[in-house]
Ligand binder design. Structure first.
Ligand SMILES: Cc1cc2nc3c(=O)[nH]c(=O)nc-3n(C[C@H](O)[C@H](O)[C@H](O)COP(=O)(O)OP(=O)(O)OC[C@H]3O[C@@H](n4cnc5c(N)ncnc54)[C@H](O)[C@@H]3O)c2cc1C
Length: 287
């Protein structure tokens, strides 16, 4: 299939891109094209205008900003995965990227494209939610910050308006020596997760959990933070009995069903993978 006819635009600045997004009807931003182009070729999406973001400077930074990691929307997934600042501050991110698709796709695919495309099974919104991500969106009205808890608006739908551009997101940097794990089940290596789980955890001097984050992908339209399980584990020792309590909560998630698997199976996977991710993360804690 070939896409329906469209007009191509190549702005050189964010301001120019926003001017186009505001003035043109039925326009779409193009990042790495890894999802947009197939969707246009299948004619699931038929924009009249495509606004290419690839020649815009200043929206692909990957850098530490105080106690947060900032990732620009046009940062390539492969660059994020290989970035020394990411490996040092948020090691769960490279771990998750090893499960995302294949090198060729990560070479072109972008962080912003993934968050805005918002596939329910994507690892990227999931680790962003686990790291208390805040998406930064810009329009002609100015900039606004959208916490991940308010970013997902339903199946492949986000809080980003048609005239807004995601310029990046900031993610929490956890203390040095924190435990982390990203674990998933997919049919083949590189496929989207059927269910994936991100865990970050720290313990105090008495080896009691004093900070924990658990997020799942693949179960619901957007990433799910397991706040009830996080609360249940606070102040507890990181052992099998406590992790089983968290797994029970994960199994209780209202899960989606689709052509691939049933909701029951997703709930089962949520429980099993939550336990595995907790065990793996706890084993990595270095106090
Ligand atoms: C075969 C295959 C396997 C894959 N497997 C996985 C996987 O296992 N896990 C996973 O997480 N991902 C997977 N992906 C997705 C891939 O890694 C990309 O994240 C995804 O395709 C988005 O690509 P992109 O950055 O090129 O964005 P594009 O395709 O260019 O854009 C995607 C959407 O986001 C919008 N958009 C892009 N940038 C912005 C912005 N800055 N502001 C507002 N809107 C914007 C576009 O208008 C479009 O609607 C896979 C993709 C393919 C083709």
């Amino acid at each position: 299939m070939k896409p329906a006819p469209f007009k191509y635009h190549s702005p050189r600045s964010v301001a120019e891109a926003l001017e186009l997004a505001t003035s043109l009807e039925n326009a779409k931003f193009l990042a790495g094209g890894q999802s947009l182009m197939p969707m246009m070729n299948f004619r699931f999406v038929q924009p009249d205008h495509v606004i290419d973001l690839n020649l815009i400077d200043g929206i692909s930074a990957i850098e530490r900003r105080g106690d947060r990691l900032f990732i620009g929307a046009m940062a390539r997934q492969r660059d994020i995965e290989r970035s020394s600042v990411v490996q040092e501050t948020c090691p769960i991110i490279p771990e998750a990227y090893h499960l995302v698709s294949h090198t060729q796709i990560r070479n072109r695919g972008t962080f912003g494209g993934s968050l805005c495309h918002h596939d329910p099974a994507s690892e990227q919104p999931c680790f962003t939610a686990a790291l208390d991500g805040i998406v930064i969106a810009q329009s002609k009205r100015g900039q606004r910050e959208i916490p991940m808890s308010a970013f997902s608006k339903g199946y492949m739908t986000t809080a980003i308006a048609a005239d807004e551009l995601m310029v990046g997101a900031s993610l929490a940097i956890w203390p040095k020596g924190h435990g982390y794990a990203f674990i998933e089940y997919s049919r083949r290596h590189g496929d989207y997760a059927i269910v994936g789980v991100a865990v970050l955890v720290t313990t105090d001097v008495n080896r009691r959990i004093n900070k924990i984050s658990i997020a799942l992908c693949g179960v619901a339209p957007g990433p799910v933070r397991l706040h009830a399980a996080e609360q249940a584990l606070m102040g507890q020792s990181p052992d099998a009995t406590q992790f089983e309590r968290a797994a029970d909560i994960a199994r209780g998630i209202e899960a989606m069903e689709d052509a691939h698997v049933t909701a029951d199976y997703r709930q089962h996977l949520a429980g099993v993978l939550t336990t595995r991710a907790l065990v793996a993360a706890a084993a990595r804690i270095k106090n």
